[in-house]
Write a protein that binds this ligand. Structure first.
Ligand code: PMP
Length: 393
């Protein structure tokens, strides 16, 4: 069976260019970067090259890049570390209702520890309400954390405007750029971003590795205590092959940003146009233009997203839903709820996230199968409704 992967927002395949770069550090060049002999020095230089590559790609100094185990860690560290190191200045944090759980859960934990957190609303396209940001920012606000682009609906935030407000009010600004690096151009220093989270596996790099950029002068408490790795802020023997892979992946993603984005955006727009034409009662969720080039989030009326996802899977097509199944009940996505999407449409939401290797042929196949699957599910839904009607009589 033809297998098509349209879940690149969940994770991406490792690119061969990245794997080639990592291979020596998975085999012969296995040294501990903290060792002083030649094995150690080889590993250490590889890490420093990765740090330079990331710094060049996002427009900062290598000394401002810290390696982590992924964006979950980067987000946890940024919020906990910055909040605690700046507590003497105030205890108020501002974030949004549509952040990734690694931000929202950390904020909840900080609230339990005495911080006050404001969760900004978004509009119906998923854009953070700047008017609310201006309203809630105060003398005790120490940190603003707003994601650059949303993982479910792909909406890209007005990051420059938020960074400007933060700068003007002298508040530290962190952004979770996990989904945005490689799709949006960053120059963190120029833009006035103080901290930024990055993950390897969303950019055709390895899993379990990421980075946190922290602007020089921003104080942050260590994430882990122990050795002197990562300037003593994140102890533990470095994941050398992972870091090498992350450096290469970020370099490639930013190097090829225009070409990749253009190709993927064209396929995305074609897909949306065709599906909306062919399938009645279909709605695009998220911003129509200011969205990640690879993100398509559609709600199909009278269809359960979960059922559609499974049916597509039976046809070899991997997508994901906007809802998470917890303890037997399907909970609506917090992102779609915050955008004011009606619960029945939120239940029918499916995310198709394209990748660098997605072809027009893949897209044609998915459209054909999608039409069949939605039709099938709507027939079943109509039949079960009429059955319920009969039982009620
Ligand atoms: N933030 C966003 C926006 C994400 O999409 C993800 C991954 N789903 C994360 C953070 C967490 O990244 P990681 O898997 O590297 O921990």
């Amino acid at each position: 069976m033809n297998k098509i992967y349209l879940d690149n927002a969940a994770t991406t395949p490792l690119s061969s260019e990245v794997l080639n770069e990592m291979m020596p550090y998975l085999t012969g060049d296995f040294g501990n970067p903290n060792s002083l002999h030649s094995f150690g020095r080889t590993a250490k230089s590889a890490i420093e090259l990765a740090r330079e590559r990331i710094a060049r790609a996002i427009g900062c100094e290598p000394s401002e890049v810290y390696f982590t185990s992924g964006a979950t860690e980067s987000n946890n560290w940024a919020l906990n570390g910055i909040a605690k190191a700046n507590r003497h200045k105030g205890n108020h944090i501002i974030t949004s209702k549509i952040e990734h759980p690694s931000i929202l859960e950390t904020c909840k934990k900080l609230e339990r520890e005495g911080f006050r957190v404001t969760y900004l609303d978004v509009d119906e396209m998923g854009l953070v309400r700047i008017d609310q940001l201006l309203h809630y920012i105060g003398a005790d606000t120490i940190l603003i954390s707003i994601m650059s682009a949303n993982n479910e609906v792909g909406t890209i935030q007005n990051i420059q405007a938020i960074a400007n407000i933060a700068k003007e009010k002298n508040v530290i600004f962190h952004t979770d750029a996990t989904q945005a690096v490689g799709a949006v151009s960053f120059s963190v220093r120029e833009m006035g971003i103080d901290a930024m989270s990055i993950s390897g596996h969303k950019l055709n790099g390895p899993k379990g590795v990421g980075a946190l950029y922290v602007h020089d002068g921003v104080v942050i408490t260590p994430f882990m205590n122990g050795g002197e790795q990562e300037s003593g802020l994140r102890a533990g023997t470095s994941n050398v092959p992972g870091i090498v892979g992350l450096g290469k992946a970020v370099e490639i993603a930013t190097r090829d940003i225009m070409a990749n984005s253009k190709k993927v955006r064209e396929l995305r727009d074609y897909f949306i146009k065709k599906v909306v034409e062919l399938i009645p009662m279909t709605q695009l969720n998220g911003h129509p233009v200011q969205r990640l080039p690879n993100n398509i989030n559609l709600s199909f009326g009278m269809v359960e997203g979960e059922s559609l996802m499974y049916l597509l899977d039976l046809n070899g097509i991997a997508v994901s839903t906007g809802s998470a199944c917890s303890s037997g009940s399907v909970e609506n996505s917090h992102v779609l709820s915050a955008m004011g999407i009606a619960p029945d449409l939120a239940q029918g939401a499916v995310r198709f996230s394209l990748g660098r290797n997605t072809t027009k042929q893949d897209i044609e196949y998915v459209i054909e199968k999608l039409v069949e699957c939605v039709e099938k599910l709507r027939k079943i839904s109509a039949m079960s409704k009429s059955q319920v009607g009969k039982e009620d009589e």
